[in-house]
Design a protein around this ligand. Sequence first.
Ligand code: R5P
Length: 284
Amino acid sequence: MLVVSTEYSQVLAGRIAGALECPLGAVRFTRFPDGEHYLRLERTDPEMVVVGSIPDADALVELLLLVDACEGNEVTLVVPYLGYARQDKKFHEGEPLSARAVCRAISGGVRQVFTVNVHDPSVLSHFRVRAQDISIAGEIGRYLGSRPLENPFILAPDDGASAFAGTVAATCGWDWDHLEKTRISGEEVRMEPRNLDAAGRDVVIVDDIISTGGTLVTAARMLRAQGAGTVSSACVHGVLAEGAYSRLLASGLSEVACSDTIERACSRFSAGQAIADRILGCSS
Ligand code: R5P
């Protein structure tokens, strides 16, 4: 078995290879003068594990090229962050189902696919091969368990992320809840925990994705006003669009931590072991 990755998932691929106790293959990446991507594998193996998140369109092209370079071998594709997965419905006539387009494109030439905390697991049905999602809620829970938190309280930003927050909290036996949004007027909304009181507690808001951070900025401000101790956040995919990281810290969050599905300086916990365990579980 040989693990290879796009430029976007090199660190995570190294961790997966380490956990699988197999080599990490070198890949040379460059571009043609017109900007087109070029890559070359130094070697291949009959059993290839290709790792590549899709935070943008260049990452998608690299991933397509890397899978194609593995032609003639059995390919397990790991897409730690499946970009475009949030456009999983047609909201207006004439729109693409982007999640479907991406899943179909990357199904070619692979035997099986693994994603990590995909936004909505129903998109996995768009892959043309067997696809499974892996949750790293346990890794987030273990990371938070190592933090100096006082009377911790895990919060989901909405009902949709509630089960995820419950799994994170269960790792440490902590309380959890989800935020409920009440519209007070056309311009004003109030966000507060549905069942529990945040006063005097260190709150951690957990979610699958932090994109612009807009939800978190509003939630953190309101929780502080409700008497919470520290407010921090932990997510799987740190998309951190539009300067989200600095805006979140500036708004008073004590920490923004994410996993290495998108490799960031604030990647504090890894999806590597969970991915390797699932690959091994599926090959035995
Ligand atoms: C939405 O359902 C997702 O789970 C996240 O809550 C969302 O993507 C976060 O977006 P933003 O950071 O832009 O508020």
